[in-house]
Design a protein. Structure first.
Ligand SMILES: [Zn+2]
Length: 244
C-alpha cells in the first residue's frame, strides 16, 4: 500500500493508485453513474476553487456526471458567465446560489430569491420565471467567498439563498465553517427539486452521495482537519491536544 498523492491533505487514507477510477476516487469509493444521466431543465454550472482538493468526498464531479446539463469550471476567475460555461448564454436568465444566510419568509421553501441587497424579494415566482441555469460555488467557505469576490459578474445574476431544512449528510466526515453549510451536491439537489418540482431529480442526485458517504464510513474514513472557525471542537479526546 502506498499513500496516493493529490488526495488532499485533510483525509488520511491509503490507497493503491492503480485502484483509482477515472473519476479519481479509489474504486472502493467510486459512485460513478450507471445508466443515462438525469434530465435537468435548469442547467447547473459549478465553479470550483482550484484548491478544493477533496477528491475523495468532493461532490462537484458527481453533479457533473449525474446531470445531463451540468458543467464544472475549475479556476479563480472568469470574464463572465459565457466564458465559465463555455458557450454563449444570457446572464439575465441565470441565477447564483448566494453564500449569505437569510431568514426565510413565512411559508417560503428552501430556495429564496433575494434582492441585490440580500433581502427576500416580494415576487418569488417572478425571480424563477424563465430561469435557464444556476451557478453554484464549490470549495470551503473561504474559497467560495474568494470565488464570489473575484467574479463580479456573479453579483449581476439572479440571487438565490438556500435555507436547508436539515444539516448536511457529511456529518462528521467534513467540518464546515457554518452549521448551515451543505455540500455542493446537496445544494444543487435542493435547488433543482424546488425549481423543477421533481423529487426524483433530487433523489437521483442524493442516492450516489449517500452511497459515497456510506462507503467512506465503511472504509473508516474520517476528517483529519481541525474544526472550522465558527464551530465547536468535536474531535475525539486523544486527538484534542494536537489540534487545539
Ligand atoms: Zn468512478
Amino acid at each position: 500500500m502506498a499513500a496516493a498523492r493529490g488526495l488532499g491533505p485533510v483525509l488520511r487514507y491509503n490507497v493503491v493508485v492503480s485502484d483509482l477510477c477515472p473519476c479519481a476516487r479509489p474504486k472502493a469509493l467510486c459512485v460513478c453513474p450507471e445508466g443515462p444521466p438525469l434530465a435537468n431543465a435548469t442547467a447547473v454550472l459549478v465553479l470550483q476553487h482550484p484548491q478544493e482538493q477533496d477528491k475523495l468526498l468532493g461532490t462537484a464531479g458527481i453533479v457533473a456526471r449525474r446531470l445531463a446539463r451540468a458543467r464544472v469550471a475549475v479556476g479563480l476567475s472568469w470574464r463572465g458567465l459565457a466564458q465559465a460555461w463555455g458557450d454563449a448564454v444570457e446572464p439575465a436568465t441565470w441565477g447564483v446560489l448566494y453564500l449569505g444566510s437569510v431568514r426565510a419568509p413565512a411559508g417560503a421553501g428552501p430556495l429564496v430569491a433575494l434582492s441585490r441587497g440580500g433581502t427576500p424579494l416580494a415576487d418569488q415566482g417572478g425571480a424563477r420565471e424563465g430561469l435557464q441555469g444556476l451557478v453554484a460555488l464549490d470549495g470551503s467557505w473561504s474559497q467560495a467567498k474568494a470565488l464570489w469576490w473575484r467574479n463580479p459578474w456573479l453579483s449581476r445574476l439572479r440571487r438565490f439563498a438556500l435555507v436547508p431544512a436539515a444539516p448536511s449528510l457529511y456529518g462528521e466526515l467534513r467540518r464546515e465553517a457554518r452549521d448551515d453549510a451543505v455540500s455542493t451536491l446537496e445544494a444543487v439537489a435542493m435547488a433543482l427539486v424546488e425549481l423543477e418540482r421533481d423529487p426524483a431529480l433530487g433523489e437521483g442526485l442524493m442516492a450516489p452521495f449517500r452511497d459515497l458517504l456510506a462507503r467512506a464510513r465503511a472504509q473508516g474514513l474520517r476528517h483529519g482537519a481541525g474544526p472550522g472557525p465558527n464551530r465547536r471542537p468535536n474531535v475525539r479526546r486523544r486527538d484534542r491536544r494536537s489540534r487545539l
